[in-house]
Ligand binder design. Structure first.
Ligand code: ACO
Length: 158
């Protein structure tokens, strides 16, 4: 399984995987905007035939945006096709994105939202990657479910 930076030609497959895996979906304009604006921090996992089986879509928020005081990365969406789960792909996708956020953009931390019922994703973020719950956002999702707003500080090498 190969993991590489996402390219514009991957966006249709990334959107298709997102539709299959999550109820939070986005118009193509949103995917293109992210890929064009922050081209080094979104990644795909591909099988031996080059088919996209997982992705992470991320953005950078500058001080002042979204009430933030520090430059940071934000993971909009990550998912892995069902038959490719528990192979460590999401972990690898997240680590590559986090590293690029810190090295290329000087991001101080990475944030994301996750449904409080999403045990697999919370396991990935909290237990494997070391994220912590910064706050609970009540009724964040369209169906009324609460979100954990999670954060991880990023280490800087230079
Ligand atoms: N139950 C409990 N913990 C889990 C599970 C699970 N089903 N799946 C993963 N984890 C945790 C474990 O700690 C695991 O480490 P381990 O296998 O050594 O025990 C760790 O996460 C790493 O697992 P990966 O194999 O890297 O994760 P995977 O590639 O299977 O992808 C993901 C995890 C992305 C959550 C996948 O289950 C998925 O696509 N789910 C549907 C979409 C989704 O919920 N995406 C996240 C929404 S929030 C957001 O996008 C910001």
């Amino acid at each position: 399984m190969n993991i590489r930076v996402a390219r514009v030609e991957d966006l249709m497959a990334m959107q298709a995987a997102n539709l299959q895996n999550l109820p939070e979906n986005y118009v193509m304009k949103f995917w293109i905007y992210h890929a064009m604006t922050w081209p080094q921090i979104s990644f795909v996992a591909e099988d031996e035939k080059g088919r996209v089986v997982g992705y992470v879509l991320a953005k950078i928020e500058e001080p002042g945006e979204e009430g933030s005081e520090e430059v940071h990365g934000h993971v909009n969406s990550i998912s892995v096709l069902r038959t490719y789960r528990r192979l460590g792909l999401a972990k690898r996708l997240m680590l590559l994105s986090q590293e690029a956020m810190a090295e290329i953009y000087g991001a101080k931390f990475v944030s994301l939202h996750v449904r409080e019922s999403n045990k697999a994703a919370i396991g990935l973020y909290r237990d494997t990657l070391g994220f912590e719950v910064a706050k609970v956002e009540k009724k964040y999702y369209g169906d009324g479910e609460d979100a954990f707003s999670m954060r991880l500080n990023l280490k800087h090498t230079g």
